[in-house]
Design a protein around this ligand. Structure first.
Ligand code: ZN
Length: 108
């Protein structure tokens, strides 16, 4: 089950924990242009194939937290982005998993 034949299994790097994982274990995030010159917003892409620059994240609060704290989104999207909607999108797409992590992890 841990075969490393990556050829036909697409893998992506989580923008939070930076671990490589099979694509189906991650959710895709896309940058959505905002009106009137505000910073672009990051949204969950439920289809995994929306146009535009994307990044990948485990659908877990801990990875979202890491991405926010380490600036993973800004790095991945090459600039400032509004990430205020990501947590809500994640909850909407998978409430059980997000709810499980309540205490922020201390990464030091
Ligand atoms: Zn992760």
């Amino acid at each position: 089950m841990t075969a490393r034949t990556a050829a036909q299994r697409p893998e992506r790097t989580c923008v939070g924990c930076r671990q490589v994982a099979p694509r189906e274990q991650l959710v895709r995030l896309v940058r959505e242009p905002a009106p009137d010159g505000a910073a672009p917003r990051v949204r969950v892409d439920p289809t995994g194939s929306a146009p535009g620059r994307g990044s990948w994240l485990h659908p877990e609060a801990s990875c979202l937290d890491l991405a926010l704290r380490r600036g993973g989104f800004a790095r991945s999207f090459r600039g400032a982005v509004d990430t205020g909607l990501v947590a809500r999108d994640l909850e909407a797409s998978d409430p059980t998993r997000v709810e499980q992590v309540e205490e922020p992890m201390d990464i030091r």
